[in-house]
Design a protein. Structure first.
Length: 145
């Protein structure tokens, strides 16, 4: 993918309501995101991004689990796949003990499959999203105890 195409895509995302764009060409994948809550070298100061509200019943528990780093969040908007392929056993279930880097699920966005891996070791204590459900970037998917 040439630099001019990438510049055009950046301009498109900048003037549209799209929050993230993932484009692949000849084995190269470019991800352009407007999510200001992520830190980059060009933007070293953290900024607060808009996050979806949890239902009132879950809000207290999720806030606590997010604060102590137990929540696994969706990296992009897309469709959640809990198993590596249709009909296969899910990557993890509640009660499974996972290791750092272990695959937990896949979020599919525009035919790009983003593997979500465990950021810490421990048991899966809750699963917030179901297989085939559309998820938002930053939405809680699972909790590792």
């Amino acid at each position: 993918m040439d630099l001019e195409t990438i510049r055009t895509l950046i301009e498109f995302v900048g003037r549209s309501r799209v929050s993230e764009l993932v484009v692949g060409e000849n084995g190269t994948i470019v991800r352009i995101s407007r999510d200001r809550s992520k830190r980059t070298a060009a933007d070293p100061k953290p900024q607060r991004g808009r996050q979806a509200e949890a239902p009132a019943a879950d809000r207290g528990d999720r806030t606590q689990s997010q604060a102590d780093g137990r929540t696994v969040k969706a990296p992009v908007f897309g469709v959640l796949h809990r198993s590596p392929n249709p009909g296969a056993r899910p990557f993890v279930e509640v009660g499974d003990v996972v290791e750092v880097g272990q695959s937990l699920c896949i979020v599919e966005a525009m035919k790009v499959f983003n593997t979500v891996s465990a950021h810490k070791a421990g048991p899966i204590t809750r699963i917030f999203a179901s297989d085939g459900q559309e998820v938002e970037a930053g939405q809680p998917l699972m909790e590792i105890g």
